[in-house]
Design a protein around this ligand. Structure first.
Ligand code: F0G
Length: 451
């Protein structure tokens, strides 16, 4: 651990500790809040001693054509901004990051926005944004000599953790809510050799049990309460800024579950700004499912001063979280950047996902909340037509193929959930048809299909 270059600062009381002093549950011994990684050297360096923005930008771009494995990673390519390891030789990488930024032309036209993009984090090695965080925190686990790592998960964290643990030669323990995660994700944890326990509780119950377990045995906790996860997950902010030639977009929209990702992306943009690599921060908005919206409630009820957990229900199982760990960090990101936090219904999520599908972009239901949220913000007049907007798509569509099939077969939503949007849904549904094996029958089917 490179304790010379970084330290951990408590988000609640400001206490500072070295990385080695962190408790197994990554909670502050003084106030119980979470930590953030900070790099004291950055503040101390002034004038000529500060990293040269131009040189860094050149170096990071240059690394994309390097033959070094570490340079191929969209996380470690930016390693000057995450000096968390003693030796970068300990980095465990699956060549994560460097994900595509797609122009959403159809949705842009429908919404009357010129510049609308999707940063597709589902195009990572295990199919979700978790890989960027996992490469960072798994490397720390390896460097610190742990044999076991563990996480509670709604599926994607466990898939990523199991894969990176396997690459690092470490054992991994997964706690997931029984029957509440998509099969694609469960299959990954099994395939990568994790000890996978399906527990008769929800995600929040899994995480609180794991918090107890790591205090009893030398197991490294890899949920996003681990501040090193967020160091990896901040790097898509660098990629986005780079893709816009270091002019940040006006608005970034992120799904909210345990709220690690929105916190990490906010940290990434903040650091770029503080180091003089970009001139300003984008507005960052967080969208939750209406049945799992504790942050929306907190901001509406008391401006984010406190948060009451909710019992979470949504078919977007990745964000079925009622007691998000990083809620305070997310509140700061939203408030500092002038972003919004709102929730969207099950039908709105399903429609947005199908609309992204019509652009050739599959994603998980949890990712589609971003487009559903954008539609609401646009309808409220919160976003003007000239703004550049980036949606962060967090997971690959094949993670939860059942959801997509159920939508197109018309078995996903209950009738009462589709009131007022039945026709819109019907216009997006494309069921697979059983057709006679003759050219006439196939051609007739094509003719009869909607455009
Ligand atoms: N989108 C997807 C596809 C996710 O898997 C998650 C979280 C989120 C969005 C929300 O991100 O928690 O940082 O606010 N999945 C976690 C998991 C909790 O266990 O895989 P967040």
């Amino acid at each position: 651990m490179n304790d010379n270059l970084h330290q951990l600062r408590c988000f609640g009381c400001g206490a500072r500790i070295t990385g080695a002093e962190a408790q197994p549950d990554f909670r502050c011994a003084v106030c119980g809040d979470l930590f953030e990684v900070e790099y004291p050297g950055w503040g101390q360096r002034r004038g000529n001693d500060r990293p040269n923005p131009g040189a860094l930008k050149w170096l990071w771009r240059e690394r994309r054509s390097s033959s070094e494995a570490l340079d191929h990673s969209g996380v470690w390519r930016f390693r000057e901004l995450l000096p968390i390891l003693d030796s970068f030789g300990n980095a465990v990488t699956l060549r994560e990051g460097n994900t595509p930024l797609y122009h959403l032309t159809r949705a842009a036209k429908a919404l009357g926005i010129d510049q609308l993009f999707a940063k597709h984090q589902g195009m990572n090695p295990t199919g979700s944004f978790k890989d960027t965080g996992m490469t960072a925190a798994m490397s720390v686990a390896k460097e610190r000599g742990f044999e076991w790592v563990a996480c509670a998960s709604t599926g994607n964290t466990s898939a990523a953790m199991a894969a990176y643990a396997a690459r690092a030669g470490l054992r991994s323990l997964v706690l997931i809510p029984e029957g509440k995660i998509a099969w694609g994700k469960l299959s990954q944890a099994m395939d990568y050799g994790a000890v996978t326990c399906q527990l008769n509780t929800d995600f929040d119950g899994c995480l609180s049990l794991l918090t107890e377990i790591v205090k009893e045995a030398p197991i490294y906790l890899l949920n996003s309460v681990n501040p090193y996860r967020l160091e990896g997950q901040k790097t898509p902010a660098f990629e986005i800024a780079e893709a816009f030639d270091w002019n940040v977009p006006d608005h970034l929209i992120v799904p909210g579950g345990n709220l690690g990702n929105s916190s990490a992306l906010g940290k990434g943009f903040r650091e770029l700004h503080e180091l003089g690599l970009v001139a300003r921060m984008p507005r960052i908005s967080v969208i939750q499912a209406a049945g799992a919206n504790p942050l929306v409630r907190s901001l509406t009820d008391n401006h984010g001063a406190s948060m009451d957990p909710v019992e979470a229900h949504t078919r977007a199982t990745a964000i079925r979280i009622g007691n998000p760990a990083s809620w305070r960090k997310a509140v700061r990101v939203i408030q500092d950047t002038g972003g919004w936090c709102l929730d969207v219904s099950e039908a709105e999520i399903a429609i947005a996902k199908a609309e992204l599908g019509t652009e050739g972009l599959g994603c998980e239901p949890a990712s589609a909340v971003t487009l559903a949220g954008l539609k609401k913000l646009r309808a409220q007049g919160a976003i003007s037509s000239g703004e550049t907007v980036v949606l962060v798509l967090t997971g690959h569509t094949l993670k939860d193929a059942d959801y997509t099939i159920d939508f197109h077969r018309g078995t996903l939503l209950k009738e009462e959930e589709t009131v007022g949007v039945g026709a819109e849904i019907a216009g997006l549904q494309r069921n697979a048809m059983v057709v006679e094996a003759t050219s006439a029958a196939v051609l007739a089917t094509m003719k009869g299909s909607a455009g």
